[in-house]
Ligand binder design. Structure first.
Ligand SMILES: CC(C)(COP(=O)(O)OP(=O)(O)OC[C@H]1O[C@@H](n2cnc3c(N)ncnc32)[C@H](O)[C@@H]1OP(=O)(O)O)[C@@H](O)C(=O)NCCC(=O)NCCS
Length: 182
């Protein structure tokens, strides 16, 4: 699977991508809303291996693809929609971008493309996503896609010695407007 947008190529992972993934996932800014305070080579290798395994699943419900710049092929993040056989009409959206490229609309551009793929190609009925409530940038990406705020889950995550709230957003196929910008 490959999707091309104005500035990005969303392509399948290759095993050697673990190095680029480790580079940006080691950044404390990236790690801020995760339970882990560091990433190892083993973590990055196992993450990329998992994405490669998902690629082989038949039927395939989980897509997690590398986000690369069209201009030079550099890997700057990843995004995906992850469904399951038990609820084949629904999938979870996720995205992440190398902090050196934040604030330039790349997550929104990539997420828009993968959501469009989910509704048009996979014929999904519902796509949902959640983020740590403090992660304003991530919530903003969901709002820019036109996703509906469905609720706040109070103190549902425990990490870094404290409770965290989650924000839940979702979108139905009939609500999807590919050109929506909020
Ligand atoms: C969340 C993340 C993917 C956003 O990537 P990005 O490429 O910077 O996103 P975009 O540029 O498309 O959009 C970000 C929006 O949030 C806004 N934003 C970012 N940080 C913000 C903050 N602290 N307060 C208010 N708005 C903020 C930006 O201004 C932008 O909105 P705008 O276009 O209206 O100006 C990126 O920060 C990231 O990878 N974080 C670490 C991993 C992660 O949290 N992933 C999501 C897990 S739920």
């Amino acid at each position: 699977m490959q999707l091309v947008t104005e500035r990005l190529v969303l392509r399948e992972f290759a095993s050697e991508d673990w190095e680029a993934v480790l580079r940006y996932q080691s950044d404390p800014l990236y790690l801020r809303y995760t339970p882990r305070e560091e990433r190892t080579e083993a973590d990055a290798r196992s993450l990329v291996s998992m994405f490669l395994r998902w690629r082989e699943e038949l039927p395939r419900y989980r897509y997690q693809v590398a986000i690369a710049l069209r201009e030079n092929g550099q890997l700057i993040g990843n995004c995906g929609i992850r469904g399951s056989a038990s609820k084949s009409w629904e999938a979870e959206l996720g995205y992440e971008i190398d902090s050196r490229y934040w604030g330039q609309g790349y997550a929104s551009e990539a997420a828009r493309a993968i959501v469009d793929f989910g509704f048009r190609e996979l014929r999904l009925h519902r796509i949902w996503a959640h983020c740590i409530a403090d992660n304003t940038g991530s919530a903003r990406v969901m709002q820019k896609l036109g996703m509906r705020f469905e609720g706040r889950l109070y103190e549902t995550e425990w990490m870094r010695e404290r409770w965290w709230d989650l924000l839940l957003y979702a979108l139905l196929d009939r609500e999807w407007q590919p050109s929506h910008t909020n």
